[in-house]
Design a binder for this molecule. Structure first.
Ligand SMILES: [Zn+2]
Length: 389
C-alpha cells in the first residue's frame, strides 16, 4: 500500500475526528482539543511508518483512553480492514476492547469490528467466538446475531444457523420464520442428496412448522409426494403454492402437469387446461400447456391456444417460438429470411436473464432462494414482462 495514498485517504477521518473532538471538548477548552489531535497524529504517524510494535504504547497514554480516540481507532481499524491490512485492523480494535475504562458501548463496537476483521481474514472460528462474546453484551447484540447468521449461511452450516435464528428471534423478537424454514429446506435438500428420505421429510415438516406458508417447503413436499405416487397430495400442495406465490408458476407447471397426468383423471387435466386457457399466463406456462394440448388434441389446437395466449401476454420468448413455427410454414424462397429472424431472436432471448434480485439487482438464469449477490432470501424472482416471462 502506498503511504501517500493512504495519507490522503486518512485525512477526512482526521478532520472528522478533530471536529468531533472539538465539539466534545468544549468544556475542557482548546488545550484538550490540541492534546487530542497531537496524540492522534502521533498515532497516525506510527501506524503509517510501519512501526506497529510501538502502536500499543500510544493507547496507554492518558489521552488515548478518551471516547473520541477510541472512535477514531475503531474508524482507522475499519479503514485498514478495507485496505486488507488485517494485522493493524485487529491491533486497533483489540486496543479499544482492552481499555476497561472505556464505556461498554464503545468496547462492544470495537468487539463487533474485531469479529468482522477475523471474518475478512477468513478466521471464521475466531470471528464466531467474538460475535458470541458480544451476545452477552447489551450493545450490538442484534448486529452480532445477524452477522453470526450470515457466517453460518456462508458456511452452509444450516444446523447452527437454525439454533442462532431461533435464539435471535426469542431474544429480540425479530421475525425469522421464513428464514428458518429456508434453513430446514436446505437441510432437506442435503438429506435428499444422501438418500435420507425420512430425514428430508422431517426437515420439510419442521420448515412448515416455522412457516406454514413457505412456498419452497410446499414445492419440495409436492415434488416428494409426486415421487411417492401420492398425486392428490401433490396437486393439493401445488395449488397452495400457486395461491401463495403465483409468480412461481413457471417453476412448478411441468411438475403440476406430471402430477395431473400420473393421476390418470382426464377430466381433472382438462379442467386445469381450461383454467389456464381463461387467464393470462407466464411464457413457461404457455409453452408447457401447448405441449400437453398437442398430445391431447393435436398440433392445430395447440397452435391456436399458443397464438391466443401470446397475444394476451406478448413476450420475446413467445415471439421467438412463433417465428420458429413460421420457418416450416413459409414458402421456400422466404424460408432463409425467416430463419435469419429466428436466429436473431434466439440470440436476443439467450442474452436475457430470467431472474433478478429485487434487493441488489443481481441477474441470472438460475432460480436462487438466497441471492448469491446480496445474501437475501426470497429476493430473486422471475423477470415478468416482454423480456422475461
Ligand atoms: Zn441480491
Amino acid at each position: 500500500m502506498a503511504i501517500p495514498e493512504l495519507f490522503w485517504l486518512l485525512l477526512p477521518v482526521a478532520a472528522v475526528a478533530g471536529w468531533f473532538a472539538a465539539k466534545r471538548s468544549d468544556s475542557r477548552g482548546p488545550a484538550a482539543f490540541w492534546d487530542y489531535t497531537s496524540n492522534f497524529h502521533q498515532g497516525l504517524n506510527v501506524l503509517l511508518s510501519e512501526q506497529q510494535d510501538k502502536a500499543p504504547e500510544l493507547f496507554d497514554e492518558p489521552s488515548g483512553t478518551s471516547r473520541d480516540t477510541a472512535d477514531t481507532h475503531i474508524a482507522l481499524g475499519n479503514l485498514y480492514r478495507r485496505r486488507g491490512d488485517m494485522d493493524r485492523a485487529v491491533l486497533l480494535h483489540q486496543s479499544v476492547i482492552d481499555k476497561q475504562e472505556l464505556p461498554e458501548e464503545v468496547r462492544a463496537t470495537a468487539r463487533f469490528e474485531l469479529a468482522r476483521d477475523y471474518d475478512s481474514a477468513g478466521l471464521l472460528d475466531r470471528s464466531e467466538q467474538v460475535f458470541r462474546e458480544l451476545l452477552r453484551s447489551p450493545f450490538r447484540r442484534e448486529d452480532a446475531y445477524a452477522s453470526l447468521l450470515q457466517l453460518h449461511e456462508r458456511e452452509h452450516d444450516w444446523e447452527q444457523a437454525i439454533v442462532v435464528a431461533i435464539e435471535f428471534s426469542r431474544s429480540t423478537g425479530e421475525n425469522l420464520r421464513s428464514r428458518i424454514a429456508h434453513y430446514y429446506c436446505e437441510r432437506a435438500v442435503l438429506a435428499g442428496k444422501e438418500s435420507r428420505v425420512g430425514d428430508a421429510r422431517a426437515f420439510l415438516e419442521k420448515a412448515r412448522e416455522h412457516d406454514p406458508d413457505s412456498a419452497r417447503a410446499l414445492m419440495m413436499q409436492a415434488s416428494a409426494a409426486l415421487g411417492e405416487g401420492d398425486h392428490d397430495q401433490s396437486l393439493l400442495l401445488y395449488e397452495q403454492v400457486e395461491s401463495l406465490r403465483p409468480e412461481l408458476m413457471p417453476e412448478i407447471i411441468d411438475a403440476w402437469f406430471a402430477a395431473l397426468q400420473s393421476a390418470g383423471d382426464p377430466q381433472r387435466l382438462l379442467a386445469f387446461i381450461k383454467r389456464i386457457h381463461g387467464q393470462r399466463n407466464a411464457y413457461s406456462v404457455i409453452r408447457s400447456t401447448r405441449a400437453v394440448i398437442a398430445d391431447l388434441h393435436g398440433s392445430e389446437a395447440a397452435d391456436r391456444f399458443f397464438k391466443e395466449q401470446i397475444l394476451k401476454r406478448p413476450s420475446l420468448k413467445g415471439l421467438r417460438d412463433w417465428a420458429h413455427d413460421q420457418v416450416v410454414l413459409s414458402r421456400p424462397g422466404e424460408r432463409d429470411k425467416v430463419q435469419v429472424i429466428c436466429d436473431l431472436l434466439d440470440q436476443v432471448v439467450e442474452d436475457k436473464p430470467a431472474y433478478r434480485c429485487r434487493s441488489c439487482g443481481f441477474q441470472g438464469n438460475v432460480m436462487h432462494w438466497r441471492c448469491p449477490g446480496c445474501g437475501h432470501w426470497d429476493s430473486v424472482s422471475t423477470i415478468i414482462g416482454v423480456e422475461g416471462e
